[in-house]
Design a protein around this ligand. Sequence first.
Ligand code: FAD
Ligand code: NAI
Length: 474
Amino acid sequence: MSKSFDVLVIGGGPGGYVAAIRAAQLGFSVACCESNPYADPKGEPRLGGTCLNVGCIPSKALLHTSHLFEEAGHAFAEQGIEVGKPQINVARMLARKADIVTRLTTGIKGLFKKNKVTFLPGHGAFAGQSAAGWKIRVGAEEIEAKEVIVATGSKARHLPGIPVDNRIICDNVGALAFDAVPGKLVIIGAGVIGLEMGSVWRRLGAEVSILEAGGSFLSAADIDVAREAQRIFTKQGLRIQLGVQLGAVKAGKKGVAIACTDKDGKTNQIEADRLIVSVGRVPNTDGLNADAVGLKTDARGMIEVDGHCRTNLPGVWAIGDVVRGPMLAHKAMEEGVMVAEILAGQAGHCNLELIPSVLYTQPEIAWIGMTEQQLKAEGLAYKTGKIPFLANGRALGMGATEGFVKMLADANTDRILGVHIIGAGASDLIGEAVAALEFSAAAEDLARICHAHPTLSEALHEAAMACDKRALHS
Ligand code: FAD
Ligand code: NAI
Protein backbone atom coordinates (compact mmCIF):
# COMPACT_ATOMS: atom_id res chain seq x y z
CA MET A 1 0.00 0.00 0.00
CA SER A 2 1.59 3.26 -1.08
CA LYS A 3 1.82 6.26 1.23
CA SER A 4 -0.77 8.90 0.51
CA PHE A 5 -0.75 12.64 1.25
CA ASP A 6 -2.95 15.62 0.49
CA VAL A 7 0.06 17.51 -0.84
CA LEU A 8 3.43 16.30 -2.12
CA VAL A 9 6.10 18.91 -2.74
CA ILE A 10 8.93 17.90 -5.09
CA GLY A 11 12.07 19.82 -4.07
CA GLY A 12 12.99 21.25 -0.67
CA GLY A 13 14.42 24.66 -1.64
CA PRO A 14 12.95 27.96 -0.42
CA GLY A 15 9.92 27.51 -2.69
CA GLY A 16 9.29 23.89 -1.73
CA TYR A 17 10.02 23.89 2.00
CA VAL A 18 7.95 27.06 2.53
CA ALA A 19 5.03 25.64 0.51
CA ALA A 20 5.21 22.44 2.58
CA ILE A 21 5.23 24.26 5.92
CA ARG A 22 2.39 26.63 4.95
CA ALA A 23 0.26 23.74 3.59
CA ALA A 24 0.81 21.81 6.83
CA GLN A 25 -0.12 24.89 8.88
CA LEU A 26 -3.37 25.00 6.93
CA GLY A 27 -4.24 21.44 7.95
CA PHE A 28 -3.12 19.33 4.98
CA SER A 29 -1.12 16.12 5.29
CA VAL A 30 2.12 17.07 3.52
CA ALA A 31 5.31 15.38 2.32
CA CYS A 32 8.34 16.96 0.67
CA CYS A 33 10.97 15.00 -1.24
CA GLU A 34 14.52 16.20 -1.87
CA SER A 35 17.39 14.52 -3.68
CA ASN A 36 20.38 16.90 -3.71
CA PRO A 37 23.93 15.58 -3.19
CA TYR A 38 24.58 17.77 -0.13
CA ALA A 39 24.35 15.34 2.77
CA ASP A 40 23.58 16.46 6.29
CA PRO A 41 25.33 14.94 9.34
CA LYS A 42 22.80 12.05 9.19
CA GLY A 43 23.71 11.33 5.55
CA GLU A 44 20.34 12.57 4.22
CA PRO A 45 19.97 15.26 1.52
CA ARG A 46 19.90 18.71 3.06
CA LEU A 47 16.84 20.89 2.75
CA GLY A 48 17.09 24.54 1.67
CA GLY A 49 17.89 23.98 -2.02
CA THR A 50 20.28 26.20 -3.94
CA CYS A 51 19.60 29.12 -1.61
CA LEU A 52 20.85 27.56 1.61
CA ASN A 53 23.42 25.12 0.24
CA VAL A 54 25.14 26.80 -2.70
CA GLY A 55 23.46 30.18 -3.20
CA CYS A 56 22.15 33.07 -1.13
CA ILE A 57 23.33 32.08 2.32
CA PRO A 58 26.88 30.83 1.68
CA SER A 59 27.53 33.72 -0.74
CA LYS A 60 26.38 36.26 1.82
CA ALA A 61 28.57 34.64 4.49
CA LEU A 62 31.63 35.02 2.21
CA LEU A 63 30.60 38.56 1.25
CA HIS A 64 30.48 39.48 4.93
CA THR A 65 33.87 37.96 5.78
CA SER A 66 35.55 39.50 2.76
CA HIS A 67 33.96 42.89 3.52
CA LEU A 68 35.35 42.82 7.06
CA PHE A 69 38.74 41.81 5.65
CA GLU A 70 38.70 44.77 3.27
CA GLU A 71 37.58 47.14 6.01
CA ALA A 72 40.37 45.91 8.28
CA GLY A 73 42.91 46.45 5.51
CA HIS A 74 41.70 49.79 4.21
CA ALA A 75 39.10 51.52 6.38
CA PHE A 76 40.15 50.80 9.97
CA ALA A 77 43.28 52.97 9.96
CA GLU A 78 41.31 56.04 8.89
CA GLN A 79 39.18 55.64 12.02
CA GLY A 80 42.20 55.22 14.26
CA ILE A 81 42.08 51.44 14.54
CA GLU A 82 45.56 50.03 14.03
CA VAL A 83 45.62 46.28 13.44
CA GLY A 84 48.43 45.81 10.95
CA LYS A 85 48.03 43.94 7.67
CA PRO A 86 45.17 41.43 7.96
CA GLN A 87 45.70 37.81 6.86
CA ILE A 88 42.90 35.65 5.50
CA ASN A 89 42.55 32.06 6.70
CA VAL A 90 40.48 30.63 3.85
CA ALA A 91 39.91 27.28 5.58
CA ARG A 92 38.48 29.05 8.64
CA MET A 93 36.30 31.29 6.47
CA LEU A 94 34.90 28.23 4.63
CA ALA A 95 34.35 26.35 7.91
CA ARG A 96 32.31 29.27 9.25
CA LYS A 97 30.26 29.33 6.03
CA ALA A 98 29.71 25.55 6.26
CA ASP A 99 28.60 25.87 9.87
CA ILE A 100 26.00 28.51 8.95
CA VAL A 101 24.70 26.27 6.14
CA THR A 102 24.48 23.25 8.46
CA ARG A 103 22.65 25.22 11.13
CA LEU A 104 20.09 26.59 8.71
CA THR A 105 19.51 23.40 6.72
CA THR A 106 19.08 21.24 9.83
CA GLY A 107 16.85 23.99 11.18
CA ILE A 108 14.45 23.38 8.31
CA LYS A 109 14.28 19.69 9.19
CA GLY A 110 13.33 20.86 12.68
CA LEU A 111 10.61 23.08 11.20
CA PHE A 112 9.31 20.09 9.21
CA LYS A 113 9.04 18.05 12.43
CA LYS A 114 7.36 20.91 14.26
CA ASN A 115 4.81 21.33 11.48
CA LYS A 116 4.40 17.57 10.86
CA VAL A 117 5.70 17.69 7.28
CA THR A 118 6.99 14.24 6.24
CA PHE A 119 10.48 14.45 4.74
CA LEU A 120 11.09 11.92 1.96
CA PRO A 121 14.74 11.68 0.94
CA GLY A 122 14.89 10.84 -2.76
CA HIS A 123 14.32 11.99 -6.30
CA GLY A 124 10.68 12.63 -7.23
CA ALA A 125 9.25 11.85 -10.67
CA PHE A 126 5.73 11.59 -12.05
CA ALA A 127 4.55 7.98 -12.37
CA GLY A 128 1.01 8.62 -13.56
CA GLN A 129 -2.46 9.42 -12.26
CA SER A 130 -4.45 7.57 -9.61
CA ALA A 131 -7.99 7.77 -8.25
CA ALA A 132 -6.69 10.02 -5.45
CA GLY A 133 -4.75 12.32 -7.78
CA TRP A 134 -1.13 11.70 -8.76
CA LYS A 135 1.36 8.89 -8.36
CA ILE A 136 4.91 10.08 -7.77
CA ARG A 137 7.91 7.79 -7.56
CA VAL A 138 10.26 8.96 -4.81
CA GLY A 139 13.39 6.84 -4.89
CA ALA A 140 12.09 3.25 -4.74
CA GLU A 141 8.73 4.20 -3.23
CA GLU A 142 5.48 5.16 -4.92
CA ILE A 143 3.63 8.02 -3.24
CA GLU A 144 0.09 9.17 -3.92
CA ALA A 145 -0.96 12.79 -3.57
CA LYS A 146 -4.09 14.80 -4.35
CA GLU A 147 -2.00 17.88 -5.13
CA VAL A 148 1.60 18.07 -6.34
CA ILE A 149 3.74 21.20 -6.07
CA VAL A 150 6.80 21.07 -8.31
CA ALA A 151 9.57 23.19 -6.75
CA THR A 152 12.62 21.65 -8.37
CA GLY A 153 14.52 24.93 -8.83
CA SER A 154 17.41 25.55 -11.18
CA LYS A 155 21.06 24.81 -11.86
CA ALA A 156 23.88 26.84 -13.38
CA ARG A 157 23.84 27.21 -17.15
CA HIS A 158 27.09 25.94 -18.63
CA LEU A 159 28.61 26.95 -21.95
CA PRO A 160 29.59 24.56 -24.74
CA GLY A 161 33.33 23.92 -24.82
CA ILE A 162 33.81 25.14 -21.23
CA PRO A 163 33.64 22.01 -19.06
CA VAL A 164 32.94 22.87 -15.42
CA ASP A 165 34.96 20.70 -13.02
CA ASN A 166 34.33 22.94 -9.99
CA ARG A 167 38.05 23.02 -9.33
CA ILE A 168 39.65 25.17 -12.03
CA ILE A 169 36.48 26.01 -14.01
CA CYS A 170 33.64 26.60 -11.60
CA ASP A 171 29.98 27.48 -11.46
CA ASN A 172 28.38 28.77 -8.26
CA VAL A 173 29.14 25.52 -6.44
CA GLY A 174 32.91 25.71 -6.90
CA ALA A 175 33.06 29.51 -6.70
CA LEU A 176 31.82 29.34 -3.11
CA ALA A 177 34.49 26.84 -2.11
CA PHE A 178 37.91 27.91 -3.46
CA ASP A 179 40.49 26.43 -1.08
CA ALA A 180 42.83 29.39 -1.60
CA VAL A 181 42.60 32.91 -2.95
CA PRO A 182 43.39 32.67 -6.68
CA GLY A 183 46.10 34.99 -7.98
CA LYS A 184 44.14 35.65 -11.17
CA LEU A 185 40.43 34.98 -11.48
CA VAL A 186 38.38 35.38 -14.65
CA ILE A 187 34.59 35.46 -14.49
CA ILE A 188 32.33 34.98 -17.49
CA GLY A 189 29.16 37.06 -17.02
CA ALA A 190 28.85 40.41 -15.19
CA GLY A 191 25.50 39.50 -13.64
CA VAL A 192 24.59 39.07 -9.99
CA ILE A 193 26.82 36.07 -9.29
CA GLY A 194 29.74 37.50 -11.26
CA LEU A 195 29.66 40.75 -9.31
CA GLU A 196 29.08 39.19 -5.88
CA MET A 197 31.67 36.41 -6.23
CA GLY A 198 34.05 38.74 -8.05
CA SER A 199 33.79 41.12 -5.09
CA VAL A 200 34.48 38.34 -2.58
CA TRP A 201 37.67 37.10 -4.20
CA ARG A 202 38.90 40.59 -5.20
CA ARG A 203 38.59 41.81 -1.61
CA LEU A 204 40.64 38.83 -0.49
CA GLY A 205 43.42 39.65 -2.95
CA ALA A 206 42.61 38.10 -6.35
CA GLU A 207 43.09 40.05 -9.56
CA VAL A 208 39.59 39.76 -11.07
CA SER A 209 38.56 40.23 -14.70
CA ILE A 210 34.89 39.95 -15.66
CA LEU A 211 34.05 39.20 -19.30
CA GLU A 212 30.52 40.23 -20.22
CA ALA A 213 28.94 39.52 -23.60
CA GLY A 214 26.35 42.29 -23.33
CA GLY A 215 27.18 45.80 -24.45
CA SER A 216 25.81 47.52 -21.35
CA PHE A 217 26.46 47.01 -17.65
CA LEU A 218 23.67 45.79 -15.30
CA SER A 219 21.04 46.52 -17.93
CA ALA A 220 18.15 45.50 -15.64
CA ALA A 221 19.06 48.23 -13.13
CA ASP A 222 18.17 51.92 -13.38
CA ILE A 223 20.60 53.61 -15.76
CA ASP A 224 22.00 55.98 -13.09
CA VAL A 225 22.55 53.12 -10.66
CA ALA A 226 24.23 50.98 -13.31
CA ARG A 227 26.59 53.83 -14.26
CA GLU A 228 27.48 54.55 -10.65
CA ALA A 229 27.98 50.84 -9.91
CA GLN A 230 30.29 50.39 -12.90
CA ARG A 231 32.34 53.41 -11.83
CA ILE A 232 32.64 52.24 -8.22
CA PHE A 233 33.37 48.57 -8.98
CA THR A 234 36.00 49.58 -11.52
CA LYS A 235 37.60 51.91 -8.95
CA GLN A 236 37.59 49.02 -6.47
CA GLY A 237 39.66 46.99 -8.92
CA LEU A 238 37.17 44.76 -10.76
CA ARG A 239 38.23 44.75 -14.41
CA ILE A 240 34.88 44.70 -16.22
CA GLN A 241 34.93 44.25 -20.00
CA LEU A 242 31.68 44.61 -21.94
CA GLY A 243 30.84 43.34 -25.42
CA VAL A 244 33.28 40.43 -25.15
CA GLN A 245 33.04 37.38 -27.41
CA LEU A 246 34.50 34.21 -25.99
CA GLY A 247 36.82 32.01 -28.00
CA ALA A 248 38.45 28.73 -26.99
CA VAL A 249 38.85 27.99 -23.29
CA LYS A 250 41.60 25.52 -22.38
CA ALA A 251 41.91 24.18 -18.87
CA GLY A 252 45.15 22.72 -17.54
CA LYS A 253 45.98 21.16 -14.17
CA LYS A 254 46.87 24.48 -12.57
CA GLY A 255 45.02 27.08 -14.58
CA VAL A 256 43.03 28.03 -17.59
CA ALA A 257 43.60 30.02 -20.79
CA ILE A 258 40.70 32.01 -22.19
CA ALA A 259 40.70 33.39 -25.71
CA CYS A 260 38.31 36.27 -26.35
CA THR A 261 37.64 39.17 -28.66
CA ASP A 262 36.95 42.57 -27.13
CA LYS A 263 34.33 45.06 -28.31
CA ASP A 264 36.84 46.66 -30.69
CA GLY A 265 37.55 43.34 -32.37
CA LYS A 266 40.95 42.82 -30.70
CA THR A 267 41.74 39.21 -29.84
CA ASN A 268 43.19 38.46 -26.39
CA GLN A 269 44.46 35.41 -24.56
CA ILE A 270 43.95 35.63 -20.79
CA GLU A 271 45.67 33.24 -18.38
CA ALA A 272 43.99 32.66 -15.03
CA ASP A 273 44.24 30.36 -12.01
CA ARG A 274 40.49 29.88 -11.89
CA LEU A 275 37.47 30.63 -14.04
CA ILE A 276 33.90 31.18 -12.86
CA VAL A 277 31.09 30.69 -15.37
CA SER A 278 28.06 32.71 -14.21
CA VAL A 279 25.85 33.19 -17.24
CA GLY A 280 22.42 32.51 -15.78
CA ARG A 281 20.56 29.40 -14.67
CA VAL A 282 18.38 26.72 -16.25
CA PRO A 283 15.29 25.08 -14.70
CA ASN A 284 15.48 21.56 -13.24
CA THR A 285 12.85 19.68 -15.18
CA ASP A 286 14.87 16.75 -16.47
CA GLY A 287 14.16 13.56 -14.57
CA LEU A 288 10.64 14.67 -13.56
CA ASN A 289 9.06 12.48 -16.24
CA ALA A 290 7.12 15.61 -17.18
CA ASP A 291 6.60 14.63 -20.82
CA ALA A 292 5.11 11.26 -19.92
CA VAL A 293 2.28 12.92 -18.00
CA GLY A 294 1.94 15.86 -20.42
CA LEU A 295 3.24 18.60 -18.10
CA LYS A 296 3.84 21.58 -20.40
CA THR A 297 7.19 23.37 -20.47
CA ASP A 298 8.21 26.38 -22.56
CA ALA A 299 11.11 26.79 -24.99
CA ARG A 300 13.53 27.47 -22.10
CA GLY A 301 12.39 24.33 -20.26
CA MET A 302 10.41 26.26 -17.64
CA ILE A 303 7.16 24.72 -16.49
CA GLU A 304 4.31 26.80 -17.90
CA VAL A 305 2.06 28.29 -15.21
CA ASP A 306 -0.62 30.94 -14.86
CA GLY A 307 -0.50 33.87 -12.43
CA HIS A 308 -1.38 31.49 -9.58
CA CYS A 309 1.26 28.88 -10.48
CA ARG A 310 -1.27 26.40 -11.88
CA THR A 311 0.20 24.16 -14.57
CA ASN A 312 -1.79 22.67 -17.46
CA LEU A 313 -2.45 19.53 -15.34
CA PRO A 314 -5.21 19.50 -12.71
CA GLY A 315 -3.77 19.30 -9.19
CA VAL A 316 -0.21 20.07 -10.36
CA TRP A 317 1.39 23.38 -9.42
CA ALA A 318 4.89 24.74 -10.02
CA ILE A 319 6.76 27.48 -8.18
CA GLY A 320 10.13 29.21 -7.85
CA ASP A 321 13.07 29.02 -10.25
CA VAL A 322 11.40 26.29 -12.34
CA VAL A 323 8.77 28.79 -13.57
CA ARG A 324 8.79 32.27 -15.18
CA GLY A 325 9.74 35.37 -13.24
CA PRO A 326 12.89 36.39 -11.41
CA MET A 327 15.00 33.52 -10.04
CA LEU A 328 15.00 34.74 -6.46
CA ALA A 329 14.47 32.96 -3.15
CA HIS A 330 11.92 35.48 -1.84
CA LYS A 331 9.88 35.12 -5.04
CA ALA A 332 9.94 31.31 -4.68
CA MET A 333 8.79 31.57 -1.05
CA GLU A 334 5.94 33.95 -1.91
CA GLU A 335 4.72 31.54 -4.57
CA GLY A 336 4.95 28.63 -2.11
CA VAL A 337 2.73 30.45 0.37
CA MET A 338 0.35 31.52 -2.39
CA VAL A 339 -0.21 27.98 -3.69
CA ALA A 340 -0.71 26.51 -0.20
CA GLU A 341 -3.27 29.21 0.58
CA ILE A 342 -5.13 28.71 -2.70
CA LEU A 343 -5.30 24.97 -1.93
CA ALA A 344 -6.96 25.89 1.38
CA GLY A 345 -9.55 28.01 -0.41
CA GLN A 346 -7.89 31.29 0.51
CA ALA A 347 -7.04 34.18 -1.81
CA GLY A 348 -3.34 33.42 -2.27
CA HIS A 349 -1.49 36.12 -4.17
CA CYS A 350 2.03 36.91 -5.39
CA ASN A 351 2.68 40.27 -7.04
CA LEU A 352 5.38 39.56 -9.62
CA GLU A 353 5.58 43.29 -10.41
CA LEU A 354 6.90 44.04 -6.95
CA ILE A 355 9.68 41.54 -6.29
CA PRO A 356 12.69 43.48 -4.97
CA SER A 357 16.10 43.00 -6.63
CA VAL A 358 19.24 43.19 -4.50
CA LEU A 359 22.98 42.90 -5.18
CA TYR A 360 24.97 42.34 -1.99
CA THR A 361 28.09 44.09 -3.27
CA GLN A 362 29.64 47.09 -1.49
CA PRO A 363 27.92 49.42 -1.93
CA GLU A 364 24.78 47.33 -2.05
CA ILE A 365 22.31 47.84 -4.87
CA ALA A 366 18.55 47.39 -4.51
CA TRP A 367 15.52 48.39 -6.47
CA ILE A 368 11.78 47.98 -6.80
CA GLY A 369 9.36 49.07 -9.49
CA MET A 370 10.18 50.78 -12.76
CA THR A 371 13.51 52.15 -13.91
CA GLU A 372 13.91 55.58 -15.51
CA GLN A 373 14.60 53.95 -18.90
CA GLN A 374 11.36 51.93 -18.64
CA LEU A 375 9.35 55.06 -17.80
CA LYS A 376 10.86 56.83 -20.81
CA ALA A 377 10.17 53.86 -23.09
CA GLU A 378 6.54 53.80 -21.95
CA GLY A 379 6.21 57.56 -22.35
CA LEU A 380 5.07 58.08 -18.74
CA ALA A 381 5.48 61.53 -17.22
CA TYR A 382 7.56 61.24 -14.04
CA LYS A 383 9.50 63.30 -11.53
CA THR A 384 12.73 62.33 -9.80
CA GLY A 385 13.98 62.76 -6.25
CA LYS A 386 17.64 61.86 -5.88
CA ILE A 387 19.63 62.12 -2.64
CA PRO A 388 23.33 61.24 -2.30
CA PHE A 389 24.40 59.37 0.84
CA LEU A 390 27.08 62.07 1.16
CA ALA A 391 24.26 64.26 2.51
CA ASN A 392 23.31 61.71 5.19
CA GLY A 393 24.87 62.08 8.64
CA ARG A 394 24.69 58.39 9.50
CA ALA A 395 26.39 57.40 6.23
CA LEU A 396 29.15 59.90 6.94
CA GLY A 397 29.64 58.46 10.45
CA MET A 398 29.84 54.97 8.95
CA GLY A 399 32.30 56.03 6.28
CA ALA A 400 29.78 54.83 3.69
CA THR A 401 29.06 57.91 1.62
CA GLU A 402 29.05 56.32 -1.83
CA GLY A 403 25.81 56.10 -3.79
CA PHE A 404 22.35 57.56 -3.63
CA VAL A 405 18.63 56.95 -3.33
CA LYS A 406 16.60 57.74 -6.44
CA MET A 407 12.84 57.86 -6.32
CA LEU A 408 10.64 58.07 -9.41
CA ALA A 409 7.06 59.25 -8.99
CA ASP A 410 4.21 59.87 -11.38
CA ALA A 411 4.33 63.54 -12.45
CA ASN A 412 0.55 63.87 -12.25
CA THR A 413 -0.54 61.68 -9.33
CA ASP A 414 2.68 61.63 -7.24
CA ARG A 415 2.37 57.83 -6.96
CA ILE A 416 5.79 56.21 -6.43
CA LEU A 417 6.70 54.18 -9.52
CA GLY A 418 10.23 53.07 -8.67
CA VAL A 419 12.90 53.30 -6.00
CA HIS A 420 16.56 52.66 -6.82
CA ILE A 421 19.25 52.56 -4.17
CA ILE A 422 22.99 52.16 -4.39
CA GLY A 423 24.63 52.50 -1.01
CA ALA A 424 25.27 50.92 2.35
CA GLY A 425 22.26 49.07 3.73
CA ALA A 426 20.32 49.18 0.44
CA SER A 427 19.16 45.57 0.97
CA ASP A 428 17.31 46.58 4.14
CA LEU A 429 16.27 50.06 3.04
CA ILE A 430 14.43 48.66 0.03
CA GLY A 431 11.86 47.00 2.35
CA GLU A 432 10.23 50.34 3.12
CA ALA A 433 10.06 51.15 -0.60
CA VAL A 434 8.45 47.78 -1.36
CA ALA A 435 5.80 48.45 1.30
CA ALA A 436 5.21 51.92 -0.14
CA LEU A 437 4.70 50.58 -3.66
CA GLU A 438 2.47 47.72 -2.44
CA PHE A 439 0.24 50.28 -0.73
CA SER A 440 0.34 52.53 -3.84
CA ALA A 441 1.88 55.31 -1.75
CA ALA A 442 2.52 58.79 -3.10
CA ALA A 443 5.95 60.35 -2.64
CA GLU A 444 4.24 62.78 -0.27
CA ASP A 445 3.06 59.88 1.92
CA LEU A 446 6.68 58.84 2.53
CA ALA A 447 7.75 62.45 2.90
CA ARG A 448 5.24 62.91 5.73
CA ILE A 449 6.32 59.80 7.69
CA CYS A 450 8.74 60.45 10.57
CA HIS A 451 12.06 58.64 10.02
CA ALA A 452 14.48 58.08 12.92
CA HIS A 453 17.57 60.26 13.02
CA PRO A 454 20.37 59.58 12.30
CA THR A 455 19.59 56.64 9.99
CA LEU A 456 20.24 55.71 6.39
CA SER A 457 16.46 55.61 5.96
CA GLU A 458 16.48 59.40 6.08
CA ALA A 459 17.95 59.30 2.56
CA LEU A 460 14.76 57.58 1.38
CA HIS A 461 12.70 60.16 3.28
CA GLU A 462 14.64 63.00 1.67
CA ALA A 463 14.33 61.42 -1.79
CA ALA A 464 10.54 61.42 -1.32
CA MET A 465 10.73 65.13 -0.39
CA ALA A 466 13.02 65.77 -3.36
CA CYS A 467 10.25 64.54 -5.69
CA ASP A 468 8.47 67.74 -4.63
CA LYS A 469 11.70 69.76 -4.78
CA ARG A 470 11.67 70.28 -1.01
CA ALA A 471 14.55 68.14 0.26
CA LEU A 472 15.93 69.68 3.44
CA HIS A 473 19.49 68.40 3.53
CA SER A 474 20.57 68.34 -0.09
P1 FAD B 1 16.08 25.60 -5.45
O1 FAD B 1 16.59 26.41 -4.33
O2 FAD B 1 16.98 25.36 -6.60
O3 FAD B 1 15.61 24.22 -4.82
C1 FAD B 1 15.13 23.18 -5.59
C2 FAD B 1 15.44 21.89 -4.88
O4 FAD B 1 14.77 20.83 -5.55
C3 FAD B 1 16.91 21.52 -4.89
O5 FAD B 1 17.35 21.28 -3.57
C4 FAD B 1 16.99 20.27 -5.75
O6 FAD B 1 17.97 19.35 -5.28
C5 FAD B 1 15.61 19.69 -5.57
N1 FAD B 1 15.18 18.85 -6.68
C6 FAD B 1 15.28 19.10 -8.01
N2 FAD B 1 14.69 18.12 -8.73
C7 FAD B 1 14.22 17.23 -7.82
C8 FAD B 1 13.50 16.01 -7.94
N3 FAD B 1 13.11 15.54 -9.13
N4 FAD B 1 13.20 15.33 -6.80
C9 FAD B 1 13.57 15.81 -5.58
N5 FAD B 1 14.23 16.96 -5.42
C10 FAD B 1 14.54 17.67 -6.52
N6 FAD B 1 18.26 34.60 -4.45
C11 FAD B 1 17.92 35.60 -3.61
O7 FAD B 1 16.74 35.90 -3.47
N7 FAD B 1 18.87 36.28 -2.88
C12 FAD B 1 20.19 35.98 -2.99
O8 FAD B 1 21.03 36.60 -2.32
C13 FAD B 1 20.58 34.95 -3.86
N8 FAD B 1 21.86 34.60 -3.97
C14 FAD B 1 22.21 33.57 -4.81
C15 FAD B 1 23.55 33.25 -4.93
C16 FAD B 1 23.95 32.23 -5.77
C17 FAD B 1 25.41 31.89 -5.90
C18 FAD B 1 22.96 31.49 -6.50
C19 FAD B 1 23.35 30.35 -7.39
C20 FAD B 1 21.62 31.80 -6.38
C21 FAD B 1 21.23 32.86 -5.55
N9 FAD B 1 19.89 33.23 -5.41
C22 FAD B 1 19.55 34.26 -4.59
C23 FAD B 1 18.83 32.53 -6.14
C24 FAD B 1 18.12 31.53 -5.21
O9 FAD B 1 19.06 30.62 -4.70
C25 FAD B 1 17.05 30.79 -5.98
O10 FAD B 1 16.19 31.72 -6.61
C26 FAD B 1 16.21 29.94 -5.05
O11 FAD B 1 17.01 29.00 -4.38
C27 FAD B 1 15.10 29.23 -5.83
O12 FAD B 1 14.36 28.44 -4.96
P2 FAD B 1 13.60 27.13 -5.48
O13 FAD B 1 12.98 26.53 -4.27
O14 FAD B 1 12.75 27.47 -6.62
O15 FAD B 1 14.74 26.19 -6.06
P1 NAI C 1 22.58 36.75 -14.45
O1 NAI C 1 21.46 36.54 -15.37
O2 NAI C 1 22.43 37.69 -13.31
O3 NAI C 1 23.85 37.27 -15.27
C1 NAI C 1 24.41 36.55 -16.32
C2 NAI C 1 25.28 37.48 -17.14
O4 NAI C 1 26.04 36.70 -18.03
C3 NAI C 1 24.48 38.48 -17.97
O5 NAI C 1 24.99 39.77 -17.77
C4 NAI C 1 24.67 37.98 -19.40
O6 NAI C 1 24.66 39.02 -20.35
C5 NAI C 1 26.04 37.34 -19.29
N1 NAI C 1 26.30 36.32 -20.30
C6 NAI C 1 25.45 35.39 -20.80
N2 NAI C 1 26.08 34.60 -21.70
C7 NAI C 1 27.36 35.05 -21.78
C8 NAI C 1 28.50 34.64 -22.51
N3 NAI C 1 28.45 33.62 -23.36
N4 NAI C 1 29.65 35.33 -22.35
C9 NAI C 1 29.73 36.36 -21.49
N5 NAI C 1 28.67 36.79 -20.75
C10 NAI C 1 27.50 36.13 -20.90
O7 NAI C 1 22.99 35.29 -13.98
P2 NAI C 1 23.93 34.79 -12.79
O8 NAI C 1 24.84 35.87 -12.35
O9 NAI C 1 24.49 33.51 -13.28
O10 NAI C 1 22.90 34.50 -11.64
C11 NAI C 1 21.87 33.51 -11.83
C12 NAI C 1 20.64 33.83 -11.05
O11 NAI C 1 20.87 33.71 -9.67
C13 NAI C 1 20.13 35.21 -11.33
O12 NAI C 1 18.94 35.07 -12.05
C14 NAI C 1 19.84 35.80 -10.01
O13 NAI C 1 18.48 36.11 -9.90
C15 NAI C 1 20.19 34.73 -8.97
N6 NAI C 1 21.08 35.34 -8.01
C16 NAI C 1 20.59 36.31 -7.19
C17 NAI C 1 21.40 36.96 -6.30
C18 NAI C 1 20.83 38.05 -5.46
O14 NAI C 1 19.62 38.17 -5.41
N7 NAI C 1 21.65 38.85 -4.81
C19 NAI C 1 22.82 36.61 -6.15
C20 NAI C 1 23.25 35.62 -7.10
C21 NAI C 1 22.39 35.00 -7.97
